[in-house]
Design a protein around this ligand. Sequence first.
Ligand SMILES: [Zn+2]
Ligand SMILES: [Zn+2]
Length: 399
Amino acid sequence: MLGEGGTALSEFEEAARKFLARGERSVDPKRYRAVIDSLDGDFSAVARDAQKTGEHLVSGNITAASWIARICGMSVTSAADRLCVGSQLESLPKVAAALGSGEISFQSASALCHLHEQLGEKGRLFDEDEMLGFTREYSVSELRKLCHFARHVADPDGFFNDAEESFTRRRLHISQMADGLYVVDGLLDPVSGAAFKTGLDVLAKRKGPEDERTRSQRMADAAGELAMHAMEHGTLPRRHSVKPHLNLTMTLEGLKGELGVPPADLELSLPISTRTAERIACDCTMSRVLLADSMVIDVGRATRTVSAPTRRALRVRDKGCRFPGCDRPVNWSSPHHIIHWTRGGPGNLPNLVLLCYYHHRLVHEGGWQVIKSGREFRFMPPDRVLMRRARGPGLRWAA
Ligand SMILES: [Zn+2]
Ligand SMILES: [Zn+2]
């Protein structure tokens, strides 16, 4: 078998080892990639030949893709891709030659092979010369789009059936980990995915030079902001005739920030920090529950920490988040108590300011201070931000 001493494969391995041990590091990346891609095409043909012999059945694997994936350390998707290329190249000699000579990349050849496979009986509509022309002209992602387009033109019913089959794979899982963070994992259909991405992209824009969040952190915050916005504006269906909301339970001592008291308890979550609890409590509906020996003896009337008339006046005055440079409009901002009501701050206009989801968090958890000076608000950064500003951009600590 190939791969043992004195065979073509062992000679190739020896040549590859020599190449890898070369002293000269500079290699033309285009030619180098072309060699790897043509080898990948040959590997696909070898995988296809192995599939034909039914070797995977002998070794107890149901599909050839899972067998190749296991023995070659690949994902099943990558192995299935190679098998598709290996199988389709048998009837696409010009594409096979172009891949073998390094003229087209493996990814481009793969896009053409998948299209040819999908066309099935309508494969005669596949014009190799025309498709190779497109491959030379377009990037891989453009070619993939073009293949989808060609598939739809040649076989609209098949395209629809494939799309419906893909649709059944949609899923979304959300679960809490031991440290309280939530892990989200899923697949969305093309329309929902595009809508979700568009919504998050708009909310995830960097908010000025002070915004140090990474792109993925901003996307995570955007997902939270989107969900909070839908809940706060009552656009979600009611549950047991009540608007969906978060339930936060904490003791009076906890609200006052006294030492040694138990943390606030957020429904469906692990206990949260006092600062986060304060942020949520800044604008909420509150009920006082009186306990005696763990027995509820009185439940007070639910009251809003910011009354409806004050909220309306605040919305007119601030028109949106008041953090300098922030463009979140009024519907995407909520009231913040400059002196928190748990420390005696009044729920009136002079003590309130509208802040967006991100800047509200920056003030409570991020250590920024809001100072009212006349009609204006000043936002004072914490010491670490001041020190960074003093160092200036591009300067590093001396080693
Ligand atoms: Zn607040
Ligand atoms: Zn803001």
